[in-house]
Design a protein around this ligand. Sequence first.
Ligand code: ITT
Length: 207
Amino acid sequence: MSGRTTVVLATRNAKKIPEMQAILLQAGLDAEVVGLDAYPDAPEVAETEPDFAGNALLKARAIARHTELPAIADDSGLRVDALNGMPGVLSARWAGRFGARTGDRDAANLGLVLDQLRDTPEERRGAEFVSAAAIVLPNGQEDVVEGVMRGRLIDTPRGENGFGYDPIFVPDGEQRTTAEMSAAEKNAISHRGIAFRRLAERLKDLV
Ligand code: ITT
């Protein structure tokens, strides 16, 4: 890559921006990552696809078109074995209007999953976080990759870090929940960390 390129990360989740910036630097890419706050007129993209990869591509395509810059987007969620892979792409709105009404959507979503697993024994509480990350260039070139973190769900939330379902998710080989890890510890093993590192390698060939 010649000179310093700007890459737009199609997210309103501020925590994802320094994470992507650090991963691009580690991959040897001299690119500046900016979020959607820098583009107040950017379109809101409805996540209408049935899978993470489809939704990540929808978001990245819309933002590449709007900004005329390379755009990255990720779509992620929790797949619970005992719920046949749900909430999946519905992870952010699993508790539906109840989550919106209470004002704390994350707490409502997590509470609903815990209720649904109340009678599920330890050995059947497996789950995984999945992230699909897409890159779309203004010239129409695009690519999408995935990252997965396997683990299990505990029945009592622990930890203050992270967001979403982190307080009930214990990765394989760990005793702590991802909400009890530092951001760096979680990024090193997380679905999104894995997907973003894979995407950084693809980006080197594309940009
Ligand atoms: P953007 O769409 O603006 O990027 P978002 O936070 O809504 O931000 P996602 O759609 O990718 O991001 O996330 C879907 C949901 O999946 C999220 O609201 C959480 O409930 C859950 N989730 C995803 N990654 C998670 C993680 O690392 N830790 C805990 N929960 C996570």
